[in-house]
Design a protein around this ligand. Sequence first.
Ligand SMILES: Cc1ncc(COP(=O)(O)O)c(C=O)c1O
Length: 300
Amino acid sequence: MGDLACVNGKLMVPEQATVPIYDRGFLFGDSVYEVCRIYDGRCWLESDHLARLKRSLKELEFPPYDLDLLVERIYRTIRASFVKEGLVYVQVTRGVAPRTHAFPNPPVPPTEVIIVRPYDDAPSAALRKTGVPIVSRPDIRWKRCDIKTTNLLGNVLANDSAHREGAYEAVLIDAAGYVTEATHTSLLWVRDGRIEATPEGPEILIGMTRHLTVRLAAKVGIPFVETRVTLAELQAADEAILVGTSTEIMPVATVDGVPIGAGSPGPIAAKLQAAYVEELEAWLAERPSPGMRKAPATAS
Ligand SMILES: Cc1ncc(COP(=O)(O)O)c(C=O)c1O
């Protein structure tokens, strides 16, 4: 069991996998991606992630792309890797063509990369019990953060600077002083018994775990509203919670050193974590997903 890549349908170890220097993903970041959590060999929230990928491709005006074939290849890679608990990373670029800013005309075939790797949740599980420190950083990203592209330098710089300060994540603050989201997770907070988050729009990624969290909140009777807060208002919230594919539901203990609530996981985070586990266990008890049924029994 180990990391395994699938490049344009060919399985190989990641160390052997390469892309041509004229690949537009490499040259321009002209590519989209997705990350799915694998539980017991199956992709969690598979159809949500595929729908977001489809949307990202459409927003970037990619030529038609075969998502059914992608799903078949994802499951072929998962099976061949023997990974049961892991992550699958999918990247689709606009393909390989001599470097010009304009799209290749006629279009060229996309480059498709799938990487499956084991994921150990134990460190995150420990942090979920204590909550994590986060710090604020200016949001210097482009104006279409709703599209899941590999243009991630704004996220990378803020995340690395947060890590150097010993923080788990950076919460990003826009030019007007409002919280947007975190560098690789969505941010929610709690005030007066309600869960709140920045309105969906071009400033933030449409988070699949955020969508799930909102569904779980409705299930356990916690209201959710979209609104904006400043950093000071976030610091005064009763709870703050990061959510994401590998992070799952992570309580925030401090923001820039200021304790959130009691500075330890609050009751709403605990309820959401319990609801998440319940939802996951119910899904794991179901029959295999259609994607898995479709996958060939042996890897080529
Ligand atoms: C900027 C950003 N926000 C939020 C998220 C969380 O999204 P999801 O729950 O779909 O993993 C991610 C995940 O990569 C992200 O990069």
